[in-house]
Design a protein around this ligand. Structure first.
Ligand code: NAD
Length: 336
């Protein structure tokens, strides 16, 4: 893809070629916040590798991009281990993919009915927030899923991240959410750059990710970053809420910003109606969303479904069709 290198014919050689390309693009995207291909193009390459590995299992190695979560933590920040790994999400690109996931979950739950929560998939940067005695103690990026960057100083400047929790929260808490650069802030930044004759920022997602990984927290503070909280991962000695929906309500009560568009769904039809509605409205908001995340609501059902590789079996990201094209699509030469 735009590499100038002929596509290898042999499946193992093609897999190696895809490893190199995907690693290069993951580094540009996750570590440098400067992708040179669109997300849709990246997803196509990753899907090609997944298909190859499914057909030729010998192609799959432990360090394959299909087995890895995001990028390595960047230098310049203290690296911190996550108490609970921050994994990825399996994707569905159409209704068929969603139905296949729903059937798989139904089978694994021996036909038990299950409720779902459908949430917007915010296109930002995943962060893990730790609270001790009701106060913000540490915030970290996802990094490689096991270890992230300690960006606490920057996250303290994000107004929608409470520094002290309200409404009798458990003493200790681990919360996850998506931090993002609001679109109006992004536009203002680019207008200013245009006025100064400087090159424009490529997109809000990567500019936002770069903003959280600034070494100077004043820069972060000046950009009006926001966060939607979407999961409660640990409540210390307190009991965990019995469902994702209850967790979202609790997060709201503790002072987190929880997306009011989230809803519960009983059937695939209801999820699809929500998806269609969100897809139609995707340009109405002051942030970007790249799909809908569908989660099994009950925590005990989630626990019995567990995790497969780098993805929980109890959730799926039903992606919107790709529309972003990178402003600077370079003709990349990658030697493989
Ligand atoms: P993913 O698609 O596997 O989704 C997992 C992430 O979704 C979580 O980490 C979380 O941050 C986020 N999320 C947003 N809203 C959520 C919600 N309500 N509930 C739960 N999670 C929510 O994430 P990924 O592995 O980082 O996906 C990679 C994305 O990055 C893809 O869209 C891919 O195209 C893009 N990418 C692009 C390039 C490029 O070169 N253009 C390179 C690498 C990755």
């Amino acid at each position: 893809l735009a590499s100038g290198v002929p596509v290898a014919r042999h499946p193992f050689a093609r897999a190696r070629q895809l490893h190199v390309q995907l690693r290069f693009h993951a580094q540009r995207y996750y570590n440098l916040d400067a992708p040179v291909i669109s997300d849709g193009q990246y997803d196509t390459l990753l899907q090609e590798l997944r298909n190859l590995e499914a057909t030729y299992p010998g192609c799959r190695s432990a360090d394959s991009p299909t087995q890895r979560v995001a990028g390595d933590p960047a230098e310049g920040f203290r690296q911190v281990a996550h108490p609970n790994p921050m994994i990825s999400l399996a994707n569905a690109f159409d209704r068929e993919g969603l139905e296949a996931w729903h059937r798989r979950v139904t089978d694994l739950l021996d036909g038990q009915p299950f409720r779902m929560v459908a949430e917007l998939k915010i296109d930002g940067l995943a962060v893990r927030l730790t609270y001790r005695n009701g106060r913000f103690a540490q915030g970290a990026t996802r990094g490689n899923g096991q270890t992230g960057e300690d960006v606490s100083r920057n996250l303290r400047t994000v107004r929608s991240i409470p520094l002290t929790l309200s409404a009798h929260p458990p003493a200790d808490l681990e919360v996850r959410g998506e931090v993002y650069l609001p679109l109006d802030s992004f536009r203002k930044m680019n207008e200013e750059r245009e006025r100064l004759g400087e090159p424009l920022y490529a997109n809000p997602r990567n500019t936002g990710a770069g903003t959280i990984r600034q070494l100077d927290p004043q820069v972060t503070a000046s950009r009006n970053m926001q966060m939607w909280a979407y999961s409660l991962n640990d409540a210390g000695d307190a009991p965990m809420p019995a469902s994702q929906w209850a967790a979202l309500q609790n997060l709201g009560a503790y002072g987190f910003r929880v997306n009011p568009l989230n809803r519960t769904c009983e059937t695939v039809d209801e999820v699809c109606a929500f998806y269609d509605d969100m897809l139609q409205r995707r340009h109405d908001w002051n942030y970007e969303a790249d799909g809908v995340v569908v989660k099994v609501d009950s925590l005990s059902q989630q626990n019995s479904l567990g995790v497969a590789g780098r993805e929980p079996r109890w959730a799926i990201a039903y992606k919107f069709p790709a529309e972003r094209s990178t402003t600077r699509l370079l003709d990349i030469i990658i030697n493989v």
